[in-house]
Ligand binder design. Structure first.
Ligand code: FES
Ligand code: ZN
Ligand code: ZN
Length: 306
């Protein structure tokens, strides 16, 4: 397989685009495409202060690297969840994020859940009625809260996550099977700010996971190699594997699924985007000041009370 641009040996073949590229041209192509998506979806500009949610994994570090190369003002935020004390999953992930930031002279904010709030995520899950199996839902709630709060408190214009097309297609498949229209109505690449909620943007949403992974490897970015131990066996991974099987048989399936969905969103096929229930309720948490649906405390602050 030869690079379409220069005829050298290709390192990647993107069948859905009928495009094979060598290392040099692939490392040019991915940031160029990112820039194209940023403009196409009106994501942000060079004067915006951006906050990237960084996990220490390949996708988020690749995203931060691309933004850095493209000269955007992007700081990182790492949330230390206290996961897997024995193998130090969270500690190791933090090290990768810190090293990455240091090498590029970028600013990394770190929030340590246990130090700041008194308990780690697995500890909260273990004592709550949700049980150990629900670490992921506690984790998701905590991350959403902390990312949102930090972005707003520190005046960032947008919160960026490194969701890729595989993530978006799995989300889409799962919610389509459930016909969950309110969730399907919220799958935009850009979610505008709402009272109490930061603007949320996904600049990598049109890249396949193998492309962002290839970028991280070819750029020699050091990232935490293992998945979070709690992600193993998740519904999300199950759908991703199925989608990959379909993709093998019919290249471009994932991309069509997602792009046609975005087009349907634009055409108003789904109901109007509903504001979050928390916004509609108009109530604020008495502890952290973030929107809440009912009662004194928001869902995050309540976790520490249970
Ligand atoms: Fe949240 Fe694994 S990253 S449970
Ligand atoms: Zn080339
Ligand atoms: Zn709260």
């Amino acid at each position: 397989m030869r690079c379409r641009k220069c005829g050298e040996k290709a390192v990647i073949n993107m069948r859905q685009h009928r495009l094979a590229l060598c290392k040099e041209h692939f490392l040019e192509w991915l940031p160029e495409q990112t820039e194209r998506f940023i403009r196409k979806y009106d994501m942000f500009s060079h004067t915006d202060r951006l906050l990237v949610a960084v996990s220490g994994g390949k996708d988020s570090l690749a995203l931060w690297d691309v933004l850095w190369k493209l000269d955007y003002q992007a700081d990182g935020l790492y949330v230390h969840l206290g996961i897997d004390q024995e193998t130090g999953y969270s500690d190791r992930s933090e090290d990768y994020a810190r090293k990455f930031a240091l090498e590029r002279n970028l600013k990394l904010l770190v929030v340590n859940v246990q130090e700041q709030f008194g308990e780690s995520i697995p500890q909260i899950a273990a004592r709550s009625r949700r049980g150990q199996g629900k670490v992921c839902s506690v984790c998701g709630l905590a991350k959403r809260h902390i990312f949102n709060q930090t972005a707003q408190a520190q005046g960032y214009s947008a919160l960026l996550t490194a969701h890729n097309l595989d993530d978006e297609a799995a989300f889409l498949l799962s919610n389509t099977l459930d016909w969950s229209l309110p969730r399907l109505a919220r799958g935009f690449a850009v979610l505008p700010a709402a009272p109490g909620f930061a603007r949320k943007v996904k600049p990598f949403c049109r890249f396949y996971e193998r492309e962002t992974a290839a970028y991280a490897i070819l750029r020699e970015i050091a990232y935490v190699p293992d998945e979070c131990p709690y992600a193993i066996g998740s519904k999300q991974l199950f759908f991703k594997e199925d989608l990959n099987r379909w993709e093998d048989e019919m290249p471009g399936t994932k991309l069509r699924f997602y792009l046609n969905y975005l087009a349907a969103l634009d055409e108003g096929v789904f109901p109007e985007r509903q504001e979050e229930d928390e916004v509609l309720s108009g109530k604020l948490c008495s502890r952290c000041g973030q929107p809440t649906t009912a009662g004194e405390l928001c869902a995050f602050c309540r976790m520490f009370e249970e």
